[in-house]
Design a protein around this ligand. Structure first.
Ligand SMILES: Cc1ncc(COP(=O)(O)O)c(C=O)c1O
Length: 394
C-alpha cells in the first residue's frame, strides 16, 4: 500500500470492501513463482488439476472454463455463448450489479424484461413465477439472477428460482452470477440445475482480480451450437477443446492460475461446509454489531441476508462516504461505497475470503471508532455484541 498511499502507515491496511478481498500470503507466494511455458508439459498438468478441482467448488461434474478477465467478461461469455440477437431474457434487478448485467444484455441486442426489487431483498420469486406462467410461448430464453448482490448485501434464493421455473415447466436457461458468493455462500450448480454460473477470482476465491469463470450445463453447451450472438474470445467451444489436455486457446493468466491452484487447495482443506459456516457466523456477528449501534442493515429479509457482506444504512442527513473517508484516513481501513441509488446512503462491510474472528473484530472496531469520529449518531457496544456472539460460538 505504501507505494500508492501518501505517507507510510504502520500496520497492515484493512481491505474490508466486499472484494477484491485480502489475498493470503500462501497465495501471494504461489503467484510470485516464475512464469512457465503455457504450452509446456508442466502447465498441462496444472491446467488439468485445476479444471478438475474447480468443479468441486462449483458443485458440478460438468465443465468450468477460466477466462483471463474480470467478472464482467464472464457475464458476457454466458450471454454470447447461449443467446441470439433479439432473444427475450428475464432479469431480476436486485441492485447495481444486476443493473449492469441488464445494460450489457441491452447492448448485445437482447430484450430484457425486468423484475424490479427495492434493493432491500433478493430476487422476487413470486414475480418470476408469474412472468414465466404468462410466457406460454416460451419467449424467454434465459432467466438471469445475481446470487449475491454485492451492492445491497442481499442473497437471492437460487433453489427457489429453480423451483419456480420447474413449476412453470419453463425451458429457459438459468444463469446465475456468483461473483461475490462462490466459495463464501452455499452454492450448488448441478443440484439447482443452473445452466451457466458466472464467477470471479477476487472475492471468495481469495485471489487478486483478473480471472473469471463459467460453469456450464450440458443444456447450455448444446444451446451454444445454435446461438447466434457474435463471439470469438469468449467462445466456449475453442476453450473446452484446448482444456481437454489442460491447455488454453490463448495465453492464460499463468501466475494467477498458480494462485488459484493454492487457493482451491486451501478451500478444499478447510472443507466447503466449514467455509460457508465461517462466513455465516461472521455475518451474524456483524449484524449484531450493526443493530447494537442502532443502525439499519440494508437487507430487510432475514432469509436473504448475505454472508459475504453487510450493507449498513447511515442515518438521514449523514454521509456514508464521509464516514468511509474518516475510517480510511484515521484507521487505514477501506469499506465498500454505496452504488447507484445507494450512493452515500450505505457503507458495505466485506467479511468474506481470508478472514477470521480477530479480522472481524478489528474491522468492526474501525467502524465503531469511525462512527464516533465522524459524528454519526449511534450507540456504543457493537463490537462487544459481536465479541459476545463469537466467543459464545467459538
Ligand atoms: C455480483 C457482481 N457481479 C459482477 C461484478 C463485476 O465484476 P468485475 O468488476 O470483476 O468485472 C461484480 C463486481 O464486484 C459483482 O460483485
Amino acid at each position: 500500500m505504501s507505494t500508492i498511499q501518501s505517507g507510510h502507515q504502520t500496520g497492515r491496511h484493512f481491505l474490508q470492501i466486499p472484494g477484491p478481498t485480502n489475498v493470503p500470503d500462501r497465495v501471494l507466494r504461489a503467484i510470485e513463482a516464475p512464469t512457465i511455458d503455457h504450452r509446456g508439459p508442466d502447465f498441462g498438468r496444472l491446467g488439468k488439476r485445476l479444471l478438475e478441482n474447480l468443479r468441486t467448488i462449483f458443485k458440478t461434474t460438468g465443465p468450468v472454463v477460466i477466462y483471463p478477465a474480470s467478472g464482467t467478461g464472464a457475464w458476457e461469455a454466458a450471454l454470447v455463448n447461449t443467446l441470439s440477437p433479439g432473444d427475450a431474457v428475464l432479469m431480476c434487478q436486485t441492485g447495481w450489479f444486476a443493473t449492469l448485467w441488464r445494460e450489457m444484455a441491452d447492448r448485445l441486442g437482447l430484450l430484457p424484461t425486468i423484475i424490479e426489487t427495492d434493493w432491500r431483498r433478493g430476487a422476487d420469486v413470486d414475480a418470476i413465477s408469474s412472468a414465466l406462467a404468462a410466457d406460454r410461448n416460451h419467449r424467454f430464453k434465459a432467466v438471469c439472477v445475481v446470487h449475491n448482490e454485492t451492492s445491497t448485501g442481499c442473497t437471492s434464493r437460487v433453489d427457489e428460482v429453480r423451483h419456480a421455473m420447474d413449476q412453470a415447466g419453463h425451458p429457459a436457461l438459468l444463469m446465475v452470477d456468483t461473483i461475490s458468493s462462490l466459495a463464501s455462500i452455499d452454492y450448488r450448480h448441478d443440484e439447482w440445475r443452473v445452466d451457466v454460473t458466472v464467477a470471479g477470482s477476487q472475492k471468495g476465491l481469495m485471489l487478486p482480480p483478473g480471472l473469471s469463470f463459467n460453469a456450464i450445463s450440458a443444456k447450455a453447451l448444446a444451446t451454444a451450437e445454435t446461438a447466434k450472438l457474435p463471439r470469438s474470445y469468449w467462445d466456449w467451444r475453442a476453450m473446452l477443446k484446448a482444456n481437454e489436455t489442460g491447455f488454453f486457446p490463448y495465453t492464460p493468466g499463468t501466475n494467477l492460475l498458480y494462485g488459484l491452484d493454492t487457493a482451491v487447495g486451501m478451500l478444499l482443506d478447510e472443507g466447503l461446509d466449514n467455509v460457508f459456516a465461517r462466513h455465516d457466523r461472521h455475518a451474524e456477528a456483524t449484524r449484531r454489531a450493526v443493530r447494537t449501534w442502532g443502525l439499519e442493515v440494508q437487507c430487510l429479509d432475514p432469509r436473504h441476508y448475505s454472508s459475504s457482506l453487510t450493507a449498513v444504512r447511515v442515518p438521514e442527513g449523514h454521509s456514508a462516504d464521509e464516514l468511509r473517508a474518516v475510517i480510511l484516513g484515521k484507521f487505514n481501513m477501506s469499506l465498500g461505497n454505496g452504488l447507484g441509488i445507494l450512493k452515500d446512503r450505505v457503507f458495505r462491510i466485506g467479511h468474506l475470503g481470508d478472514f477470521n474472528d480477530l479480522s472481524l473484530i478489528g474491522t468492526l472496531g474501525g467502524v465503531e471508532m469511525g462512527l464516533r469520529v465522524a459524528g454519526v449518531p449511534h450507540q456504543t457496544g457493537g463490537v462487544q455484541a459481536a465479541m459476545d456472539f463469537l466467543s459464545g460460538n467459538a
